[in-house]
Design a protein around this ligand. Structure first.
Ligand SMILES: Cc1cc2nc3c(=O)[nH]c(=O)nc-3n(C[C@H](O)[C@H](O)[C@H](O)COP(=O)(O)OP(=O)(O)OC[C@H]3O[C@@H](n4cnc5c(N)ncnc54)[C@H](O)[C@@H]3O)c2cc1C
Length: 315
């Protein structure tokens, strides 16, 4: 869990000094809320735990920043903006200073830092959704508030960012990465915008001579809402041994399934490693089915596009 947090912190540009600041305010809040319950012994014990975790994170984050080999935040120009679906746009980006674009590990994300019209600066993470190369590619789903406020950054990117505009990006980070050889059977399962890291993984596999079976599983509201579908299927088709299984809640065309993803009829090769990305109920259901099919829990990896509440809820 700390490793995952460290990747997020590194992408956000968290510095060691900021742990002092968090410590100061967290402990003031603890004292204010718990009052007399915070005896000197309790305070000392919390302090010890805080610095154990903080020092572990500071060390990993330093290593991750060094390994990234990059300068940190850089400005990137949007060289192409592609409308994928009614709610998803893809941005292709190139460094404004012409410096080389480092490789990333398929499945990683970048942080995007934007200045909003009200002057606030906000940072969000977006998975790299294309093949490695001279451009970085992210695909952003516009988040509708449906009663709550609309998502700030996704709507800003949709409404205001066009070809020629400039965005600030971090180096790539993230620990949901393909770390297997060409002979490991894989299952890549996604739902909705969770397709983004899976598309990058398929691009990588297609270009790296992967030999073992690759099972692609994806669920979406409708074919029209399935972002990156062409790439998703085209990269899978380049693999020597792949099977694509698609589920749509509406308008499922021939050759696809109707409803929610259900692995009952999907063969899963022994020794399969699975990578999951999508809403939590989807990932819980897929994980349960994979374990029932004999996949080892340690071989099931996942990415959550928000706070990782899964670990907290895992029995
Ligand atoms: C590792 C990682 C990879 C990701 N990859 C992708 C990707 O490839 N593509 C992609 O589209 N997204 C991706 N995301 C999600 C992305 O980072 C953002 O979380 C997403 O774009 C929403 O950001 P936002 O600023 O638009 O929404 P926010 O403004 O952060 O709002 C988030 C939610 O909170 C609700 N909300 C806001 N204010 C209130 C309020 N006052 N009361 C009640 N509800 C409220 C909003 O309605 C919305 O549902 C990824 C996230 C992570 C962590």
């Amino acid at each position: 869990m700390l490793h995952r947090i460290a990747h997020k912190h590194a992408s956000l540009g968290v510095t060691p000094e900021q742990y002092d600041l968090v410590h100061e305010h967290l402990f003031a809040a603890i004292a204010e809320v718990l009052g007399d319950a915070v005896t000197p012994e309790v305070a000392a014990a919390w302090d010890e735990v805080y610095w154990l975790m903080a020092n572990a994170l500071i060390a990993v984050e330093k290593r991750l920043r060094e390994e990234s080999g990059g300068p940190g935040w850089r400005t990137w120009e949007v060289v192409e903006r592609v409308t994928e679906t009614a709610d998803v746009v893809t941005f292709l980006l190139r460094p404004t200073d012409g410096s080389p674009v480092r490789d990333f590990l398929a499945g990683q994300y970048v942080s995007v830092r934007v200045a909003l019209p009200d002057g606030a600066r906000q940072i969000r993470q977006y998975s790299l959704s294309g093949a490695a190369g001279p451009l970085r590619q992210i695909s952003v789903k516009r988040v509708h508030g449906d009663g709550a406020p609309d998502g700030e950054v996704s709507n800003h990117l949709h409404a205001r960012v066009r070809e020629g505009d400039v965005l600030e990006l971090s180096e790539p980070y993230g620990d949901l990465v393909l770390d297997t050889g060409p002979d490991t059977p894989l299952l890549l399962a996604s739902a909705g915008i969770g397709v983004t890291p899976m598309t990058a993984m398929l691009a990588h596999l297609a270009g790296s001579g992967h030999r073992a079976p690759v099972t692609v599983v994806h669920g979406d509201r409708s074919p029209a809402g399935h972002a990156l579908r062409t790439d998703h299927e085209a990269y899978a088709a380049k693999l020597p041994d792949s099977a694509v299984h698609l589920w749509y809640e509406q308008d499922a065309p021939a050759g696809t399934h109707s409803g929610l993803v259900d692995l009952a009829g999907v063969p899963v090769a022994p020794g399969t490693r699975a990578y999951l990305c999508g809403p939590l109920p989807f990932m819980r259901a897929v994980r349960t089915q994979l374990i029932a099919k004999g996949v080892a829990p340690a071989d099931i990896h996942y990415e959550v596009f928000g706070p990782d509440l899964w670990l907290a809820g895992q029995s």
